[in-house]
Design a protein around this ligand. Structure first.
Ligand code: 5RP
Length: 228
């Protein structure tokens, strides 16, 4: 009989499955969000046990977690040699394209993703969809200067909501705003990505297209690893 796995348990299973893919040592990209947090805990346990990993954190909150766990961190302002980055996602389509940025860390996440030799995404099965946009709006980081002007342009692409947290306007680690743009299911997300990027003031979009090498999915039928 199949046991139903709860979402938190699934996240933990996905995080642990990613640990099995770690090299013996080296620099790791450390993602953000609740699933990545579980992965970072596991990395911390291995560092404590003597493994020689260093981390590049994708948010201030991951930085604080990694430091508390004793994971050595590489400086932000050097060129990195990231062997493997592990991060979560909000939505994953059948081509392994992603929507990320539910935690507002999308720009740092994309920089680290781009720098890494290999990218592994860890999700529970609720994140899977046939077409991106079925479940999530696209988070977009926008410079503070001209923020309402940039919103006006983004709103031509879909319903645009400024991200808030705890009743206050959300501000990213870089001091910028996040807008969530509900565009609906996309046949070709690269068209929307290009349209968003063509707007001055847009710093980065939460569309990660062709950026996942492996996606580890945990759910009631166990662990599946999807590759492109
Ligand atoms: C943060 C992210 C996260 O990876 C994404 O939101 C998934 O988070 P969670 O693991 O908590 O579901 O992109 O910017």
């Amino acid at each position: 009989m199949k046991m139903k796995m709860d979402q938190n348990e699934a996240k933990l299973q996905a995080a642990r499955a990613a640990i099995a893919l770690l090299p013996e040592s080296g620099t790791l990209g450390l993602g953000s969000g609740s699933t990545s947090k579980l992965f970072v805990d596991e990395v911390g346990a291995r560092v404590k046990a003597g493994s020689k990993y260093r981390g590049v954190p994708t948010s201030q909150s991951t930085r604080a977690q990694a430091l508390a766990l004793g994971i050595p961190l590489v400086d932000d302002d050097v060129a990195w040699d990231i062997v493997l980055a592990v991060d979560g996602a909000d939505e994953v389509d059948e081509h392994l394209n992603l929507i990320k940025g539910g935690g507002g860390a999308l720009t740092r996440e994309k920089i680290v993703n781009h720098a890494a030799r290999k990218n592994v995404i860890i999700v529970d099965e609720t994140k899977l969809s046939r077409r991106l946009g079925e479940k999530w709006a696209i988070p977009v980081e926008v410079l503070a200067f001209g923020v309402e002007q940039t919103r006006r342009c983004l709103a031509e692409l879909g319903r645009t909501t400024r991200r808030e947290k705890d009743g206050k306007v959300f501000v990213t680690d870089a001091g910028n705003a996040i807008f969530d743009i509900a565009v609906g299911p996309m046949d070709d997300p690269s068209i929307i990505d290009r349209a968003m990027r063509s707007i001055p003031g847009v710093v980065e979009t939460g569309l990660f297209l062709g950026r996942a090498d492996l996606v580890i999915v945990a759910g009631s039928s166990g662990i599946r690893t999807l590759s492109r």
